[in-house]
Ligand binder design. Structure first.
Ligand SMILES: Cc1cc2nc3c(=O)[nH]c(=O)nc-3n(C[C@H](O)[C@H](O)[C@H](O)COP(=O)(O)OP(=O)(O)OC[C@H]3O[C@@H](n4cnc5c(N)ncnc54)[C@H](O)[C@@H]3O)c2cc1C
Length: 501
């Protein structure tokens, strides 16, 4: 039995804690915030309640595996609800389509809404995506990153390499299958699921729409914040101790290995194994002593683009919107302008990072009594992609007036695209990338750690086993990346690397 300290109670940290406790280790989770969950936040007031982070669960089988491996099945603890339609899209030309929640229904819907032939184009793309999924799920997503060995595993079958198209971008591969600009926009959007730019992210991200459409889009009744609560409860059931308001300021190194952590009040918590769920940039930049033998990991981290952030606008509304889908996406005219604003334009479009002037707007409006004070009210979570909080180098989201002006602009944008709720507004809350950084200790408010921009980004992402013996990384800033299913997979990988007691 090892003494394990987990730094951070995000979903990845909690899942690792549950798995490690279930295999007999003595686990202590230390979370700097007053509550568990990290980016899976919640805001409630006057009977309105909002998830402030994730609103969509994909790959539910990954969560099922976690619960099955640590005790009672997920269905007994937290039954999930499959969404159908998965999301309603509105394009700038006024066309709409409600994407079905089951893969087999998608082509007919696209043919009906976007024109004959659209369904076949999308289905052709998803056939390729399915092959990519089969080629990468086990050797990449479910396996520790091991530099050249990972590449060799992926390259073992040349047919697989051709399928993954390592030299191509998501945008580039999409263009080979899709002629309709609206379908291309749909595909581009999946790059943003990892805070990336479709013009630079690899074609392998095609696995994202495949995973979403093949395995469904899901909701947790009562709110997604119930997920980390349930995983924390599971960890505690299996013997772990979860401490909140416990900020770790240093990972201790003794005799060339991780030996525990120091808290902000000076308390030392000794450990044989440290699992870090704090962002890898914080771990390598701040929590480890400068002389720790992690130089290459620090260098690799400097070579990747951080993921973008998000601007979140919870809206407490009077009345209900007839026919509103659980998720709605309102696309702009010029999607490239959004990516230029998020990451800084390149070439002729060269420009500084800035709030997106005419962004894609995402609205999540669960029809869930737990989120509203009465049947004649709604609670909307509005999210747009936003550049990170980078005072001095990029956008300073704390600049006086910026957040409120931008929130007003978003409400006007929504109105122009057919969702005008300004006269139904009870109140709103404005949450900027700076708030996300402050509350979840995520540098710059990056949602997913590092982005997938660049062919090598996935391989430069910090590995789960750090170069320092006894120190492991779990969560969205490490392999295999961000998003609820991937951080849960990273916990499974870490539990495997640590091994049973
Ligand atoms: C607005 C928004 C929308 C999103 N939408 C989706 C979605 O729809 N679907 C989806 O799958 N994903 C979505 N995501 C991404 C998803 O939330 C994250 O990938 C995932 O929750 C990250 O989990 P994690 O394990 O990396 O930990 P995090 O949630 O990043 O938590 C890390 C924890 O570590 C703690 N910590 C940091 N430093 C210290 C320290 N020094 N000492 C102690 N504790 C520390 C932090 O306080 C935090 O609680 C969204 C995220 C955001 C912000």
């Amino acid at each position: 039995m090892a003494r394990v300290v987990v730094v951070g109670a995000g979903l990845g940290g909690l899942a690792a804690a549950a798995r490690l406790a279930a295999t007999g280790h003595a686990v202590t989770v230390l979370e700097q915030a007053p509550q568990v969950g990290g980016k899976l936040g919640w805001y409630g007031r006057d009977g309105h309640g909002f998830d402030t982070g994730p609103s969509l669960v994909t790959l539910p089988q990954v969560l099922e595996d976690l619960f099955a491996a640590t005790g009672a099945p997920l269905s007994e603890v937290l039954p999930l609800q499959r969404l159908d339609p998965a999301v309603a899209y509105r394009f700038a030309d006024g066309t709409t389509t409600a994407m079905p929640g089951h893969l087999e229904d998608v082509p007919a819907r696209l043919d009906a809404d976007l024109g004959p032939g659209s369904g076949a184009q999308w289905a052709g793309l998803l056939t390729r995506a399915e092959a990519m999924w089969r080629a990468t799920e086990q050797p990449f997503l479910r396996t520790p990153l091991a530099g050249a060995a990972t590449l060799a595993r992926l390259a073992r079958d040349t047919a697989d390499v051709r399928t993954i198209a390592p030299g191509r971008t998501l945008r580039g591969l999409g263009a080979a299958y899709l002629t309709d600009p609206r379908l291309r926009m749909l595909l581009d959007r999946y790059a943003t699921y990892s805070g990336s730019d479709p013009r630079r992210a690899p074609a392998a991200l095609l696995t994202v729409p495949y995973a979403e459409q093949a395995f469904g889009s899901w909701y947790v009744p009562g709110g997604l914040r119930r997920l980390p609560e349930a995983v924390a409860a599971r960890a505690v059931e299996r013997g772990a101790v979860v401490r909140t308001d416990a900020a770790v300021t240093e990972v201790l190194v003794t005799a060339g290995r991780a030996a525990g952590v120091r808290l902000a009040d000076g308390e030392v918590v000794p450990a044989d194994v440290v699992v870090c769920n704090a962002d890898a940039a914080s771990l390598y930049g701040r929590l480890l002593p400068p002389q720790a033998p992690v130089r290459r990991a620090r260098t690799a981290l400097r070579r990747v683009t951080p993921s973008s952030s998000g601007f979140v606008l919870p809206l407490a509304l009077r009345g209900r919107t007839p026919g509103l889908a659980h998720h709605t996406v309102l696309f702009p005219t010029d999607y490239d302008a959004e990516f230029d604003a998020l990451f800084g334009g390149r070439g002729r479009r060269g420009s500084p990072k800035r709030p997106v002037a005419d962004p894609t707007v995402y609205v999540s409006a669960p029809d869930d009594p737990a989120t509203r004070p009465d049947e004649d009210s709604e609670s909307w979570f509005v999210l747009v992609n936003a550049p990170r909080h980078e005072p001095g180098a990029g956008v300073d989201w704390t600049a006086p007036g910026l957040a409120d002006r931008y929130a007003d602009q978003l409400l006007a944008t929504m109105a122009a695209r057919g969702l005008d709720v300004r006269d139904r507004l009870r109140w709103r809350v404005v949450r900027t990338p700076a708030d996300l950084e402050r509350e979840t200790a995520s540098p710059g408010g990056s949602i997913y750690g590092t982005s997938s921009n660049g062919a090598r980004a996935a391989f430069l992402r910090p590995a789960n086993a750090s170069p320092l013996p006894g120190l492991f990384l779990v969560g969205g800033s490490s392999h295999p990346g961000g998003g609820l299913p991937l951080v849960t997979l990273s916990a499974e990988i870490v539990a495997g690397l640590v091994g049973p007691a």
